[in-house]
Design a binder for this molecule. Structure first.
Ligand code: MN
Ligand code: MN
Length: 304
């Protein structure tokens, strides 16, 4: 490996080690009646303590919510009794990102649903190598999940990662798909993330309420002085990575901050992601690792 290749791999590895450590700690933090904002803040705080930066806000997605929930400022919601909770977190070091997720079951009824997502991920890891088509990986994931008696979510996918780019174009589906014919190459970084739901469910997500995860979209004229300052803070701090409304409002407190944030949304400088909900409101589980594609296999970067 050339020195430049090995040094970027080292940054990905370090991001992966931090992500794995924080994921294991987060698992122990999720308990019924725990405040969601406390979990989000702790997860993001640990990432920074360990020398990384959050690559996106901590996602806490409960029951039929599959992805993209993070706490707003002042969130009073708590982990419900007997729920199934997906904790999805990202770490970056100089823009090199590791993305990983785990499901915590507070209801033993969902253990197999969670297990099916983990087994789907494991089956994918066993076949990932340079030259395989993304569609073939999707077929392997789907087969494993169906073996367990569950259904994959067909419109959520794994994704290639590049520097400062969480969703770098190419995807790895969670189902057998005629699309996604691209072959993986040595040195590619991919997040693989099977989502499972009940066999009787729709097996797809739809947009729910607007969430609190944002992305800088484009530079547009803004009037307010605070809005201008806020925009330059966002661009220099998060660049092209998703960020939490909560992070910005803590930096720009009070009504002035809220108003400036609204102005950035209205002017379309920022984009907000909707929460993704399983269409038939069935419970969803997820497992995710970030991997480095090698000649004859893959290296899991987010393993402890
Ligand atoms: Mn993720
Ligand atoms: Mn991901």
């Amino acid at each position: 490996m050339s020195p430049s290749l090995s040094s970027f791999v080292e940054a990905y590895r370090e991001a992966g080690r931090i992500a794995a450590e924080v994921r294991e700690r987060a698992k122990r933090l999720v308990r019924a009646n725990k405040r969601l904002i406390e979990i989000c803040d702790r997860v993001e705080g640990w990432i920074m303590e360990l020398g990384g930066a959050p690559a996106f806000p901590c996602n806490l997605s409960i029951n039929e919510v599959a992805a993209h929930y993070t706490s707003p400022l002042g969130d009073r919601s708590v982990v419900p009794d007997r729920s199934i909770v997906k904790v999805d977190l990202g770490v970056h070091i100089d823009g090199y990102i590791a993305d990983t997720a785990v499901t915590v079951c507070l209801n033993p009824e969902y253990e197999d649903l969670k297990r099916a997502a983990e087994e789907g991920l494991q089956a994918a890891i066993e076949v990932l190598r340079a030259g395989i088509r993304a569609s073939e990986v999707g077929a392997v994931i789907e087969r494993k999940i169906r073996e367990w008696g569950f259904k994959p979510i067909r419109n959520l996918t794994g994704h290639r990662i590049s520097k400062y780019n969480l969703h770098a174009g190419e995807v790895i589906p969670n189902v057998h798909s005629r699309l996604c014919r691209q072959r993986l190459a040595v040195g590619d970084i991919y997040a693989v993330e099977p989502f499972t739901t009940l066999p009787t469910a729709a097996g797809e997500v739809v947009n729910g309420a607007w969430g609190h995860i944002c992305l800088f979209q484009r530079k547009r004229p803004v009037k307010g002085r605070t809005a201008k300052e806020m925009l330059s803070f966002i661009r220099s701090s998060y660049k092209t990575l998703p960020f939490a409304e909560r992070w910005v409002l803590r930096r720009f407190p009070s009504e002035v901050g809220k108003e400036a944030f609204q102005e950035l949304l209205r002017s379309k400088c920022l984009h907000t992601y909707p929460i993704l909900v399983e269409r038939s409101r069935a419970p969803v589980a997820q497992a995710e690792h970030t991997v480095l594609i090698r000649e004859n296999g893959c290296q899991v970067l987010t393993e402890l």
